[in-house]
Design a binder for this molecule. Structure first.
Ligand SMILES: Nc1nc2c(ncn2[C@@H]2O[C@H](COP(=O)(O)OP(=O)(O)OP(=O)(O)O)[C@@H](O)[C@H]2O)c(=O)[nH]1
Ligand SMILES: [Mg+2]
Length: 326
């Protein structure tokens, strides 16, 4: 009988691919099948973790029933509006093996680039699928989307030091060595909004040097379903960048980033509100209706900001804001 040594290292030859999804029933099955096929061409075995936030269109249940017999696919269905970044963190918590890949479930990220991410992970800790390096591309984005994306990329590079040397810190397609995001890093992450890569980069490099690289990808058109990008997500993104800047500067150790960021927000909105009030009173002498509208808008803005501040807790995760999924 073969003796199994109790301390023999267990080598898991699987790679986890985390697929966060919300209302993606049109694409989820195709995406999972493509990922399975691509990973099967590598030396590693696929382990898919679908993380669904109880989508109204039952994306998670669809994946669950379609792959019921396939133990390569795990589906996590969360209840209670938790959001993209925390879905990725939960997916990473369920990951196995040496590496994990994170990608969208709407068909925009090319699964055929997974082998390249994996091979680059032999020498790097985090490998980002980048749209903004040679051979990278974005299909079919209108000009306004390109402008918004490049402004957001600049904001993240300026405010988040960990993003400074990356061409595409906003990417949602990346590979990561699981040793880099051990329990401690995942515990420290305080997800807010869409950009989980910024969060992971910031916390992973707090204790250790990490090597980050990029490989080119073509970001395709959505293969079905609808974008979840909203104005509210844009505001959260700005808050998140500010919060991560505080974490990296060390101020975040002394003051809770969410409270400080929301205080600054409330102060700035109150300033703008006062200017609108002054303008409204001034214009009101010439055109009463327009002046009154401006004064009402000023009041509305300041009330919203005050409500947002009042709902803020010490972590972003516990913070309620004015956002609700449709
Ligand atoms: N679990 C979970 N997944 C989400 C949530 N919001 C978005 N997603 C998924 O995250 C991925 C990225 O979201 P998208 O809306 O495609 O964002 P995007 O690619 O920046 O925007 P588009 O280019 O307009 O599609 C998709 O797979 C979404 O289904 C959420 O709240 N929870
Ligand atoms: Mg998308």
């Amino acid at each position: 009988m073969t003796e199994i040594l109790p301390d023999s290292p267990v080598i898991d030859d699987r790679v986890s691919v985390v697929l966060p999804c919300y209302n993606e029933r049109e694409t989820i099955i195709d995406v999972i099948e493509s990922v399975l096929n691509v990973v099967e061409t590598t030396e590693l075995k696929p382990h898919i973790v679908v993380v669904d936030d109880d989508s109204a269109d039952k994306t998670g249940y669809l994946a669950q029933s379609h792959f019921r017999e396939d133990d390569r696919v795990e589906v996590l269905i969360r209840h209670g509006d938790e959001g993209l970044s925390s879905a990725v963190l939960d997916g990473l918590r369920c990951s196995v093996g040496q590496y994990a890949i994170v990608m969208d479930a709407d068909g925009q990220h090319p699964p055929e680039r997974i082998p390249e991410l994996l091979s680059q992970l032999q020498i790097s800790d985090i490998v980002v699928g980048s749209r903004h390096i040679d051979d990278g591309a974005i299909e079919g984005w209108p000009i306004h989307r390109r402008v918004i994306s490049s402004v957001a990329t600049t904001i993240s590079r300026v405010s988040v030091p960990a993003a400074r040397n990356l061409n595409d810190p906003m990417s949602g397609f990346f590979g990561i060595k699981r040793s880099v995001v051990d329990g401690d890093v995942l515990r420290r992450c305080d997800p807010h909004g869409y950009k989980i890569l910024l969060e992971l980069l910031t916390h992973a490099r707090r204790d250790n040097e990490i090597v980050v690289d990029e490989v080119p990808i073509t970001f395709r058109k959505r293969q079905g379903g609808e974008s979840k990008m909203t104005m509210d997500e844009a505001v959260r993104f700005l808050e998140h960048c500010g919060g991560l800047g505080l974490v990296e500067s060390g101020v975040g150790e002394r003051v809770y980033p969410p409270l400080l960021i929301r205080s600054i927000e409330l102060g700035a909105v109150t300033g703008v509100g006062l200017m609108m009030l002054y303008l409204g009173l001034w214009i009101g002498n010439v055109d009463g209706a327009f002046g009154a509208a401006l004064i009402a808008a000023a009041g509305g803005l300041v009330t919203l900001a005050a409500l947002r501040y009042q709902r803020t807790r010490t972590t972003w995760e516990d913070t309620e804001d004015t956002y609700a999924k449709s």
